[in-house]
Design a protein around this ligand. Structure first.
Ligand SMILES: Cc1cc2nc3c(=O)[nH]c(=O)nc-3n(C[C@H](O)[C@H](O)[C@H](O)COP(=O)(O)OP(=O)(O)OC[C@H]3O[C@@H](n4cnc5c(N)ncnc54)[C@H](O)[C@@H]3O)c2cc1C
Ligand SMILES: NC(=O)C1=CN([C@@H]2O[C@H](COP(=O)(O)OP(=O)(O)OC[C@H]3O[C@@H](n4cnc5c(N)ncnc54)[C@H](OP(=O)(O)O)[C@@H]3O)[C@@H](O)[C@H]2O)C=CC1
Ligand SMILES: O=C(O)C(=O)Cc1c[nH]c2ccccc12
Length: 394
């Protein structure tokens, strides 16, 4: 038997629960389907212990629910998890857990979305399926749905431990070991710092230029963007970054040509927000390496020709969207082959036939909050029209 509702939301991360909360406030029936046994699984199960929000709390709150005044400006991982748990109770968001969505297709005959979810996963019955039917489908599975590990020659035969950054908790297991962190985004830079604090010898493999800022510079930049053009703000924070860190290209970390806020706005790539890694790079406690060419046993060869032995590799090489695996009828071509929106912000969140996506603007929690409110408003408008045509609709 299929379960009928008006809106089906796939994913109970911040994006899914924010959208459900906004719909609840408008009294629009909705169901949230989540593959894990909890909401915000990225934060509860797939992020390292020392994680803190990089942006000040006013940029990380979900709609209609400010952080308490006594919460510090930069909220800890546990503080954020607590906030999200309060959010779901406050807005009566009740995700259906253990529902891994396998397919979603649009039926032209009744103009509804049919979503199939496996639901026995948590009970060890992995072939049980349920069907959910609704007028609207909101994709909230996130930009970070699955860890991305690149193909590297010889990786399959590497003798040491290999993990993705979403499996890294802390450096306790790596004390006294040589660990290579691949990727110099925010995860890679912070994990290398953490490893070093746990007495591991960490190296970072950096293949592209990066902007390095402090969280205060980013906070100031976010504020200035309200009054000044992006290039002025970029020039200001680059000036401050150079003043604080000097020229990092001598350590293997050159700066990109475009500014940090321009890059964030056009590609979604965040600047690195330094948590102390740069200090350790300057003192030689953390080494920067170029790209890997091959792995042979436990020896890793780099583009510079240098060969070094490692006990473990942490791939902090980012994430990929998994929408393409299950979304069958993207009629208006909302998503590209990588499962990311085709249209540029701010027109990225709405597709055809009642299809929406929340949390794909490359703007973190701030973008999620905007998307969720826009989507709920748009669904309300369309739902009111549907009710005029068919008053017996749910
Ligand atoms: C380590 C890390 C730190 C970050 N820190 C910040 C920060 O400080 N500030 C900021 O603004 N942004 C930050 N971000 C960006 C981050 O993407 C958002 O903060 C946020 O968690 C994204 O929310 P989301 O709901 O879109 O996706 P997610 O949190 O990934 O939630 C998606 C949910 O969908 C579920 N799901 C996926 N596929 C299926 C399926 N087929 N069926 C059912 N359920 C499914 C997943 O289990 C998951 O629970 C960070 C990201 C990472 C990786
Ligand atoms: N406290 C916080 O708020 C934190 C926030 N985050 C956020 O989470 C999101 C994900 O961050 P993160 O996990 O760092 O992922 P990112 O996608 O931001 O970074 C991935 C890194 O891996 C590199 N990379 C990818 N493939 C290869 C390869 N084959 N060889 C070498 N390097 C490679 C990329 O280089 P290239 O640029 O060349 O592709 C890039 O440096 C970001 O938005 C980030 O800001 C993450 C951690 C903490
Ligand atoms: O941490 C992230 O990945 C974010 O997307 C948060 C974010 C939104 N806008 C920004 C501008 C500069 C740095 C981080 C962010």
């Amino acid at each position: 038997m299929a379960q009928e509702t008006v809106v089906i939301i796939v994913g109970a991360g911040p994006a899914g629960i924010a959208t459900s909360a906004c719909l609840n406030l408008l009294s629009i029936p909705n169901i949230v389907l989540e593959r894990e046994d909890c909401c915000a699984s990225l934060w509860k199960k797939r992020s390292y212990d020392r994680l803190k929000l990089h942006l000040a709390k006013q940029y990380c709150q979900l709609p209609n629910f400010p952080f308490p005044c006594d919460e510090p400006t930069f909220v800890s991982k546990n503080g954020f998890i607590h906030y999200l748990d309060n959010y779901v109770s406050h807005f009566n968001v009740n995700p259906l857990y253990g529902r891994s969505v396998e397919s979603a297709s649009y039926n032209e005959a009744d103009r509804k979305w049919y979503v199939v979810a496996k639901f026995g996963v948590l009970n060890g019955v992995d072939d049980a399926e349920e069907v959910y039917v609704g007028e609207f489908l909101v994709v909230a599975t996130g930009e970070n749905s699955e860890g991305f590990v690149p193909e590297v020659d010889g990786l399959g035969d590497f003798r040491g431990k290999v993990l993705h950054s979403c499996q890294y908790e802390n450096g306790a297991k790596f004390s006294g070991k040589d660990v290579l962190v691949v990727g110099c985004g925010n995860s890679g830079m912070e994990i290398a710092y953490d490893l070093s604090n746990w007495d591991a010898r960490a190296s970072i493999c950096a293949r592209s230029p990066v902007h390095v800022l402090t969280k205060e510079m980013v906070q100031m930049g976010m504020y200035l963007l309200k009054f000044f053009a992006c290039d002025i703000v970029d020039k200001t924070v680059i000036f401050l970054s150079k003043l604080k860190y000097g020229d990092l290209s001598q350590y293997g970390l050159p700066m990109p040509k475009e500014g940090p806020f321009y890059i964030k706005g056009t590609t979604g790539r965040s600047p690195v927000i330094d948590v102390g890694t740069i200090g350790k790079i300057k003192t030689g406690q953390i080494q920067i390496m170029p790209s890997i060419t091959t792995i042979d046993g436990d020896n890793i060869e780099f583009a510079s020709g240098k060969i070094k032995r490692f006990d473990a590799i942490v791939f902090a090489t980012g994430y990929k969207s998994t929408i393409r695996k299950w979304l069958k009828d993207d009629k208006g071509d909302l998503f590209n082959e990588d499962g990311m929106p085709k249209r540029k912000v701010p027109n990225h969140w709405k597709g055809e036939k009642g299809l929406y996506c929340v949390g794909f603007a490359g703007m973190g929690l701030f973008g999620i909050s905007n998307d969720a409110q826009n989507i709920a408003k748009d669904i309300k408008h369309n739902f009111d029209l549907l009710q005029l045509i068919n008053p017996s609709i749910l």
